[in-house]
Write a protein that binds this ligand. Structure first.
Ligand SMILES: C[S@@+](CC[C@H](N)C(=O)[O-])C[C@H]1O[C@@H](n2cnc3c(N)ncnc32)[C@H](O)[C@@H]1O
Length: 269
């Protein structure tokens, strides 16, 4: 069902110790709710010999791995043991060269802020075939959680996906464009950079009253929502004390009628 891509590397380099072809599926695990895994993700996950997963993958999702799959936590954040990207690349190659069916499980969608290209480059260099299984990104789950839509006729005909920080520190963006009325952005990894982002936007003319909503643990049972303004963002965020993954929407407030939206399963019950 999941087709291998055409690898750029030399196929002769794929010398398997068990005579089978190694393969890596990059699988988007979604935002945490196991019911938001795609069927394709589940298939890949359940037939994997080895699953290399990020720190943000929920326990409920990990429980769905095949019974014999080896789970390897290669999470990079936090202050505990931290995996270097090159070590993850090397491990992927090593397992695939052993002929293992490897799933590289990334939170949300693997193509967004997931350092996917570095891992693909390592596989290509070793001639290992791979494929990508899309997942539901945090912004999609978070916007559903506030009963909003990412775009709206007459308000915004585009939406930006931003990261709060990159390898050089706080990430720079087109602040002038973002500061225009009606702009909407989904900001990933935006907690630590909240004050920086606020300052840049106000400096470039953004209205201090622009709505900002922060959704922690989107799609999970412990989801929390902070509705604030650009002006109050750093203060309110600090007071909220969010310590889980959080997605910040710049330019979106929870819909007033969000309380009337029922959860999918509750509606069916
Ligand atoms: C390294 S990025 C990976 C994003 C992921 N590839 C995706 O498509 O959602 C991690 C960031 O995604 C956001 N994130 C991931 N899961 C989330 C969740 N369940 N609720 C809110 N934000 C989440 C947070 O901003 C977190 O710091």
């Amino acid at each position: 069902m999941i087709k291998s891509n055409i690898s750029q590397g030399d196929p002769m380099k794929v010398m398997q110790t068990n005579g089978q072809t190694g393969h890596v599926d990059f699988v988007g695990a979604g935002p945490g709710d196991p019911e938001l895994l795609t069927l394709k993700a589940l298939t890949a996950f359940q037939r994997a010999d080895v699953v290399l997963h990020d720190r943000l993958i929920s326990a409920e999702v990990l429980q769905l791995a095949g019974r014999n799959a080896r789970l390897v936590d290669v999470g990079k954040a936090g202050f505990e043991h931290s995996w270097k990207q090159e070590d993850i690349d090397a491990l992927l190659v090593e397992y695939a060269l052993e002929g293992q069916r490897v799933v590289r499980l990334k939170s949300g969608d693997a193509t967004l802020f997931g350092r996917l290209d570095e891992e693909i480059d390592a596989l290509d260099a070793a001639g290992i075939p791979w494929s990508i299984v899309p997942g539901i990104t945090a912004a999609s789950a978070a916007v559903a959680g506030i009963g909003q839509s990412l775009t709206q006729r007459g308000r915004n005909s585009s939406v930006r996906f931003l990261t709060g920080h990159d390898m050089k520190g706080f990430a720079d963006h087109d602040w002038t464009a973002l500061a225009r009325a009606g702009s909407v952005a989904a900001i990933y990894m935006g907690k630590k950079s909240a004050r920086f982002i606020q300052g840049r936007l106000i400096m470039h003319g953004a209205d201090r009253a622009t709505p900002v909503t922060v959704i922690e643990n989107a799609s999970r049972p412990d989801q929390r929502i902070l509705a604030t303004t650009l002006d109050q963002l750093p203060v309110d965020l600090a007071a909220a004390g969010f310590d889980g993954p959080a997605l910040t929407f710049y330019g979106l407030a929870p819909r007033d009628a969000a309380g009337t939206a029922t959860e999918f399963n509750k509606e069916l019950a």
